[in-house]
Design a protein around this ligand. Structure first.
Ligand code: NAD
Length: 474
């Protein structure tokens, strides 16, 4: 169905894999196979890495203006294919059309534009007394991405790498490979130098594993789950490769005592439902003052009515299915576990929502009377499931907020500016959002603690793909 579905993009050309085997790609709303993608081999990867190595000398020394123009040409080509991106996101991810457009399409585009802008002001050389610091490409970069934000994850990495003059080999998720194939076509049309961008589809066990241990790859940027991130870091350590890891989260939404309950509940509902809850930075632990619990539960139930779930092709739906049967089973097991642990279901529960028997749909589920030691409060569920935990006083709220192995994001709702600032400065996480402030794609994104290593987006995303060199005497 897709022109280059079983092809690899290596050294500026669409080629066949050395392996005839393919992997099925499934539409999670219909459970139907919509196409296939190559199950590439280590040999295919070697070709891609060689192409990137060959591109490195010229690309890493290209002038800044050329790279700014390249990023903007990619963004121009990307814009031309807006409708196709929306269709592909809806088909391979199950994202409702409006979310495909306003979130997935827009985020993918935003990174190319903001990084191009950040590059204009970015300095690669700094005089420091008796020495000069020069920032140079880190070298060939291996990119491994997950399925939950297929355009955002690939674009942020490619934009940062291209801005730094670093050639890449991308292995996108085998569950959502078509947005990455479109991106390869776009980069090709935009006239990227041969070998600067290479796409090798395949499984994590074969291609992902080989990228993280490849002796000719200098740097790996991985976004995905914690256990795979650990494996990537272990593999990379064999060749002293630097890694950037963007991993999971269990982020708190700290609702302060002077917060508008209705607004805070609206925000919690959106976190629950956006991308079917499959968002690494979603607020999935909602911390509310004890005395607010009953009001908050009631408002959250009401707010959920504004986030309808159903057929992703229907533009009035906000939420679609989960990505796969595997993810459906995982989320079901957490809903069961929460009940066994003594959490109370306010709404939702096990099984499929009425009328949505086909597709990996789950019932939006609110747990209350949750304590922070329960599995549903500690582990990333990655579905439309939230947990309400009560606290007594801001210090206890902050203590619960930080009592997690993760530190990707934090959210605060309230009125008093001093308390909001205090809370924002005491939550240990990479991005704090106060009162639903708008996303800024120039702001660095990445995690404290087990949420990862490194920062993406804007100028911080360019730094990821650079090494510092000190020069003395000239
Ligand atoms: P995953 O870890 O299963 O897979 C991610 C990628 O790694 C895929 O391309 C997969 O094929 C590959 N992979 C699998 N095994 C591998 C191996 N042994 N070596 C190398 N690569 C391998 O994650 P997922 O299920 O695709 O994505 C969901 C996870 O991603 C969640 O935990 C979520 O929180 C996280 N995530 C984090 C961020 C962030 O920016 N922090 C953003 C999005 C998603």
């Amino acid at each position: 169905m897709f022109k280059h579905e079983n092809k690899l993009f290596i050294n500026g050309e669409w080629i066949d894999s050395t392996n005839d085997e393919t992997i099925d790609v499934i539409n999670p709303a219909t459970e139907e196979v919509i196409g296939t993608v190559s199950a590439s081999t280590k040999e295919d990867l070697d070709k891609a890495v060689q192409a990137a190595r060959d591109a490195l000398p010229a690309f890493s020394k290209s002038i800044k203006k050329e790279r700014i123009d390249l990023l903007n040409r990619i963004a121009d080509e990307y814009e031309k294919r807006k409708d196709e991106f929306i269709d592909v996101m809806t088909m391979e991810l199950g994202a409702p059309k409006t979310i495909s457009e306003n979130v997935h399409y827009e985020m993918g585009l935003a990174h190319f534009r903001t990084v191009a802008k950040a590059l204009e002001d970015f300095s690669f050389e700094e005089e420091r007394g008796d020495h000069t610091i020069v920032k140079e490409s880190v070298g060939v970069s291996g990119l491994i991405t997950p399925w939950n934000f297929p355009t955002n994850q690939t674009s942020t990495k490619i934009a940062g790498a291209f801005a730094a003059g670093s050639p890449v080999v991308l292995k996108p998720s085998e569950e959502t490979p078509y947005a990455a194939i479109m991106l390869a076509e776009i980069i090709d049309r935009a006239g990227a130098p041969k070998g600067a961008f290479n796409l090798v589809n395949g499984t994590g066990a074969t291609i992902g594993d080989a990228i993280s241990s490849h002796p000719d790859i200098d740097f790996v940027s991985f976004t995905g789950s914690g256990p795979v991130g650990t494996r990537v870091m272990q593999n990379a350590s064999e060749t002293i490769k630097n890694v950037a890891l963007e991993l999971g989260g269990k982020s708190p939404l700290l609702v302060l005592k002077d917060a508008d309950v209705q607004k805070a509940a609206q925000s919690a509902a959106e976190h629950m439902m956006l991308n079917s809850g499959q968002v690494c930075s979603a607020a999935t632990r909602v911390l509310v003052p004890k005395e607010m619990k009953a009001d908050f539960e009631r408002e959250l139930v009401t707010s959920l009515e504004g986030f309808p779930m159903g057929d992703p092709q229907n533009t009035s739906n906000f939420t679609g299915p989960l990505i796969s049967k595997k993810q459906y089973d995982t989320v079901q097991s957490y809903i069961k576990k929460g009940q066994e642990e003594g959490a109370r279901i306010v709404q939702g529960g096990e099984g499929k929502p009425d009328g949505l028997e086909t597709g990996y749909f789950v019932k939006p589920t609110i747990f209350s009377d949750v304590t922070n030691d329960m599995v549903v409060a500690r582990e990333e569920i990655f579905g439309p499931v939230t947990t309400i935990i009560t606290y007594d006083g801001i210090e206890e709220g902050l203590q619960i907020a930080n009592d997690t192995p993760y530190g990707l994001a934090g959210y605060v709702a309230g009125e008093d500016e001093k308390s909001l600032k205090y809370a924002a400065s005491h939550i240990r996480a990479g991005q704090i959002t106060v009162n639903d402030a708008k996303t800024d794609h120039l702001a660095p994104f990445g995690g404290f603690k087990q949420s990862g290593i490194g920062r993406e987006w804007g100028d911080f995303g360019i730094e990821e793909y650079l090494e510092e060199k000190a020069i003395m005497g000239v």
